[in-house]
Ligand binder design. Structure first.
Ligand code: AMP
Ligand code: MG
Length: 442
């Protein structure tokens, strides 16, 4: 791995440690999974006699199947309040706080404030701030105000339709993250905002430091204002944020070996108990028929037959430790009309579902929120812009580089140099050409 990828970023940490592996072993890992396998050891792993035990919970939240697998001595998990149960509760509480439809959620209150300022708590401010930074950095490929367009296509209900241009143009007038006004623009956001971006305008004092602004939040001084016809939706980053918060909680409870799997968002803590990397299977972005035999479909609840969309296998295995691996895929939610595929990721510039030849993008970095935001954004950008963005990200103090794996409809797998030694392509994908992107020496 390139030294340049060492991370010193203020917000997003992400050193990628690469090993020389490039080996086979994938069939070891393809058991018992939906989108990703979390092939654990068989329950023991310590070589010093005190074998850490495997503990796992599975549940459904944020519209997807989730599981958390942690290894450790039983004493860590005993007692009234197991860390895994606590993590499940945390995710559910984040889900209700971030829901666009739950009338008691913070996001609902912001969206229904008729253009008025709404006080928010420090956590929501932190999430919104990071999301806004990434909207700005990705030049609006990620835009947390795209919800009305997502809804118009029917992706929120499964009752799909194709809005005409007039309707889309009308809706797009209210899609622009730069119109969001906040009272909590911290130094980190200000420095990210090197160009004059009205979106990031703050009503707070310009001398305010990050820690000052967060202590203000505790006294109710954070606020946000969204214009009357605008709506926020953090769906593209919520699972990444939840994975980060869950990892923080588990680490505080003494857990040093775990995999948090929130739908297509994987966050690993440490290594497997025996010190080896986790094997993360990258979903094959295959549009499966309704009779998909894979389990735990995220999409089983959808009524539209064409929306059953579980991938049917794996494109390969990625070995990671202490990293996040997050995939956005056009197969996750979509419909078909007149032989055309319409996916749930929208290009905010046009209001149309992305149709640029990308089937899926997996982003690998330490911070899950970053990965979640970027997997959606790179999907929107398309192969060329994504590559450009990746190249420029190394010079960005806050992102400090990341890796990605992109699968395209013309049988290409594009990977960045940091994962060349840790990604093993599945034999079923051997007909795909693999391109490796290297950072150019200055
Ligand atoms: P993800 O699965 O993380 O890629 O997020 C996709 C979800 O984010 C969709 O289901 C939409 O709710 C929402 N979304 C779609 N397109 C965008 C976009 N360009 N920017 C932000 N959110 C989006
Ligand atoms: Mg995302």
């Amino acid at each position: 791995m390139n030294d340049k990828n060492k991370n010193s970023g203020k917000i997003f940490r992400q050193p990628v440690t690469m090993r020389m592996i490039f080996c086979i072993a994938l069939f070891l890992c393809l058991t018992g999974c939906s989108k990703y396998s979390i092939p654990g050891s068989t329950g023991t792993g310590g070589s010093n006699g005190s074998a850490p035990q495997k503990h796992k919970i599975s549940f459904f939240a944020m519209d997807t199947a989730m599981s958390i697998t942690a290894y450790g001595e039983d004493s860590l998990f005993d007692g009234g309040n197991s860390p895994l149960d606590e993590a499940g509760e945390l995710i559910r509480s984040l889900e209700s706080g971030l829901s666009v439809t739950d009338e008691n959620s913070m996001i609902y209150r912001i969206n229904h404030a008729a253009g008025n300022e709404v006080p928010i708590d420090a956590e929501t401010a932190e999430l919104l701030e990071n999301a806004l930074i990434l909207c700005q950095k990705t030049d609006g490929a990620l835009d947390i105000t795209v919800y009305p367009v997502v809804r118009a296509w029917g992706f929120t209900t499964g009752v799909y339709r194709i809005p005409d241009n007039e309707e889309l143009n009308e809706l797009l007038k209210n899609v622009d993250y730069r119109k969001i006004r906040t009272s909590f623009i911290s130094d980190s956001l200000r420095s990210a905002n090197s160009v004059d971006d009205p979106a990031l305008e703050s009503s707070g004092s310009s001398a305010e430091t990050e820690s000052d602004s967060f202590s203000k939040a505790e006294s109710g001084l954070y606020s946000i204002r969204v214009e009357r016809n605008m709506m926020l939706d953090l769906g593209a980053v919520a699972k990444g944020y939840a994975a980060e918060k869950t990892a923080d909680l588990l680490k505080k409870r003494g857990i040093s070996s775990a995999v948090i799997s929130l739908g297509g968002n994987i966050k690993t803590i440490g290594t497997r108990p025996d010190g080896s990397d986790w094997n993360i299977a990258i979903a094959a972005p295959i549009i499966a028929n309704n009779d998909s035999s894979t389990d735990n479909s995220d999409e089983q609840g959808l009524s539209d037959a064409s929306a059953s969309s579980e991938p049917s296998g794996y494109a390969g295995i990625l070995k990671v430790s202490d990293m996040s691996v997050v995939t956005s895929g056009g197969y996750e939610r979509y419909f078909e009309e007149g032989g055309k595929h319409y996916c749930h990721i929208i290009d905010p510039a046009t209001g149309n579902p992305v149709d640029n030849g990308i089937l899926s993008v997996t982003v690998i970095a330490e911070d899950s929120l970053l990965c979640d935001a970027l997997s959606t954004a790179l999907f929107v950008m398309g192969p060329e812009k994504a590559e450009e963005f990746w190249r420029s990200s190394l010079k960005d103090d806050q992102i400090n580089g990341f890796d990605y794996l992109m699968i395209t409809g013309d049988n290409r797998i594009i990977i960045t140099e940091g994962i060349t030694d840790t990604f093993t392509v599945d034999p079923t994908y051997s007909d795909h050409s693999i391109s490796i992107l290297y950072h150019l020496e200055e």
